[in-house]
Ligand binder design. Sequence first.
Ligand SMILES: [Cu+2]
Length: 156
Amino acid sequence: MGMKRRWAWTTVSLSLAAGLVAGCGQAAAPSQTDQSQGNPGSSASPTEMNMDPGMTMDQQFDIAFSTDPPGPIKANQPVKLIEKVSKKGTPISGAYIKLEIWKDGESKHELVDVVEGPSGTYTVEKNFDKPGLYHVTLHTTALGFHEMPTKDIEVK
Ligand SMILES: [Cu+2]
């Protein structure tokens, strides 16, 4: 009896964790991703992963990304990363956003919080310590949907 309950609880926990990873795949640390791929228990239902070919990737809201200064961005100088979230021109406040930042070719990914300002604007000040190409994935949850476009930043 007690054994059964424990198993049931474990199953629920696992499926919850799997759901989180599936919803935001790129946010998972590389080591975690490797583990779940090698784990025979994590056979996430394949039907969910299949994209219906007739289904267009309709964007539920719009994301604009810019930097201040606009560029060129120099290493070891603070730069503001600015994300604007809107739908049909109307700013969206209260979005949940994490920026995932990594240098091209490097496995270390950094998750950064943003600060919400007026008019659907979300910013974070960042200091890139080395020149090179960086990628920024804008993990954005708003209106019950998740969008995660990736932008490139060239640091001189
Ligand atoms: Cu995401």
